[in-house]
Design a protein around this ligand. Structure first.
Ligand code: ZN
Length: 433
């Protein structure tokens, strides 16, 4: 079994870390909170995945974020870890969009309509603490809802690379959640006002009303005076803009999603696994990857896991076409794909936005077309050759649709007219006279 072999390799490589992982898993497993294997086979699966993830994060951050710290953060935040599906009876208190994750309504929404392969859900535990539940769905499951049978979405749990890609992505969602003490924050770290938009850099619940977001903004100064913690979720922000979106808020979480996926792929790269789904968030991954690399990968990732507001602020402080860079690229990603054909953005070596090749190309064509249009207009005005060529073409086209006799007559007639015209010209007034 591949997993067992990997486990013994890792045990030889770093027995101390494996011990630490086994201890963390053991506690959660006894409480029934973490699944650690599939169908009671390869009981080392979770320890192998965890070893790969936490040791890679330590490498990626050049040892700034230690493997054991990663384990602590995951154990502390990930209250539930399910392989296959949520467990009826044990997970009923976890809700998403007001639906219990063990209900048919949840299955319908997430595994039939939205095709989720996995899900990381934030919820409140019995003591009202914010926790996360992570589930990897089994794509072999079926469900009967209202008398109709459905195949449910999920991943291939027989395929280790599918499991790795999915679980590393979901764990990174946990890694990017940070509670930052107000003593370390300024007003701008939490609320950034730019033109007619106000951005909340902290990650408040997406279910709040617009008025509740506004109340939060008016209370930021009080918040900063007290001793509180503010939640951040990667580089996600919430925009309030009464003109663009009068009744609701705009979520800017797609750049952050790219960061999550980028980090998951880096982990895959370190353990020598190929990327299972290269098209997943491909554009976001490219953009965020370039930003991280431009600022030094290890340093950027450590900041991302510990002080994400610093990355948000650095991007908000850069201007691109009268907008801040973070929301310029976020707006770009949120555009429908068809519109992205006309502009492609790249991140420069120094980390700033650059117009991509396609956009440059299109601008070049636009310039040529505009130039030609201008030329054509001028030609038409002066009745010059380009305009006459069009008449010649029309005459030619007309000649094609008539019978041969008519055509001959027509040509003869045209020749007469031409001769006449020339004669007219000849007989016209001459300055030499
Ligand atoms: Zn995600």
């Amino acid at each position: 079994m591949e997993v067992d072999k990997l486990f013994s390799t890792y045990q030889t490589e770093n027995g101390d870390l494996i011990e630490y992982i086994l201890h963390a898993i053991d506690e959660k497993q006894k409480a029934g909170d973490w699944d650690f294997c599939i169908d009671s086979k390869s009981d080392k699966l979770l320890s192998v995945l965890m070893y790969e993830y936490v040791s890679s994060i330590e490498k990626l951050t050049d040892g700034k974020f230690k493997a054991k710290q990663v384990i602590d953060k995951l154990s502390n935040q990930m209250e539930k870890f399910r392989i296959g599906d949520f467990k009826a009876g044990e997970d009923d208190n976890i809700t998403y969009d007001g639906k219990a994750v063990t209900s048919e309504a949840y299955k319908k929404q997430c595994r039939i309509d939205k095709n989720f392969g996995a899900h990381a859900i934030e919820y409140k535990d019995d003591e009202e603490n914010s926790k996360t539940a992570v589930v990897l769905f089994d794509n072999k499951q079926v469900a009967t809802i209202n008398g109709q049978q459905y195949t449910l979405s999920g991943i291939d749990l027989q395929d280790l690379s599918d499991i790795r890609h999915t679980v590393f992505h979901e764990w990174t969602h946990i890694m990017e959640k940070c509670m930052i003490k107000t003593s370390q924050l300024s007003r701008e770290d939490i609320v950034f006002e730019d033109g007619e938009s106000i951005y909340i850099n902290a990650m408040l619940s997406p279910d709040l009303s617009k008025q509740e977001y506004k109340d939060f903004i008016s209370n930021v100064d009080d918040l900063l005076e007290g001793d509180a913690e503010v939640p951040f979720e990667g580089i996600s922000t919430i925009e309030l803009n009464d003109r663009k979106c009068p009744d609701n808020r705009i979520m800017h979480n797609q750049i952050s999603e790219g960061a999550t996926e980028f980090i998951a792929r880096k982990v895959m790269e370190i353990i020598g696994e190929k990327v299972k789904h290269p098209d997943r968030y491909a554009k976001q991954v490219k953009i965020v990857g370039d930003i991280f690399e431009a600022n030094g990968l290890a340093e950027s990732l450590n900041t991302y896991f510990t002080q994400p507001h610093r990355i948000i602020r650095a991007l908000e402080n850069k201007r691109v076409k009268s907008k801040d860079m973070l929301h310029y690229i976020s707006d770009y990603i949120n555009k429908p794909n068809i519109l992205k054909i006309f502009s492609r953005i790249n991140i420069d070596m120094d980390g700033s936005v650059k117009e991509g090749l396609i956009s440059r190309q299109i601008n070049r064509f636009k310039r040529i077309i505009f130039k030609k249009d201008a030329l054509l207009l001028a030609e038409r005005d002066s009745h010059s050759t380009a305009y006459q060529r069009k008449e010649e073409k029309d005459t030619f086209r007309e000649s094609l649709i008539v019978s041969p006799e008519e055509s001959t007559k027509k040509i003869e007639k045209q020749n007469e007219e031409n001769v006449q015209t020339k004669d007219d010209e000849k007989s016209g007034p001459s300055l030499d006279d």
